[in-house]
Design a protein around this ligand. Structure first.
Ligand SMILES: Cc1cc2nc3c(=O)[nH]c(=O)nc-3n(C[C@H](O)[C@H](O)[C@H](O)COP(=O)(O)OP(=O)(O)OC[C@H]3O[C@@H](n4cnc5c(N)ncnc54)[C@H](O)[C@@H]3O)c2cc1C
Length: 95
């Protein structure tokens, strides 16, 4: 039987440009990456005005996190479960 590899888990909070970029940069470095956001999609904020002026549909400025990370098997993106109020760090600090 093969050995199970245990990778360090990294939780990235927020799927804005910063969070997406961090998760993608960490991918491929033997980590288990979980990106959480209050929404289950990334919103491309700079194009919001196009939605407001009717040039783009909402679906054209928002992309599901699962779809974004499809090509990154070590990374997973999802909505923060409603019951989660705090993130406990290894040394006991809470965010
Ligand atoms: C109308 C507009 C146009 C812009 N145009 C440009 C432009 O042309 N060029 C440019 O360089 N910049 C532009 N900006 C600025 C750019 O959008 C921001 O600098 C960038 O989005 C910041 O990225 P971020 O990842 O730090 O934060 P954000 O993009 O704000 O992402 C934060 C993420 O964290 C999530 N989040 C927040 N709180 C929680 C929580 N408690 N739990 C879970 N998730 C949470 C949010 O849902 C969000 O997805 C524009 C901004 C606006 C508003």
């Amino acid at each position: 039987m093969g050995e199970i590899e245990h990778h360090k888990r990294v939780v990235v909070v927020g799927a804005g440009f910063g969070g997406l970029s961090a998760a993608k940069r960490l991918s491929g470095h033997s980590l288990d990456i979980l990106l959480v956001d209050r929404n289950n999609y990334h919103l491309f904020v700079p194009l919001l005005y196009q939605v407001a002026t009717g040039n783009l549909g909402e679906e054209e400025v928002a992309r599901p996190l699962r779809q974004i990370f499809r090509s990154h098997p070590d990374a997973q993106g999802e909505r923060t479960p409603k019951e989660v109020k705090q993130l406990l760090l290894m040394k006991g600090t809470a965010l």
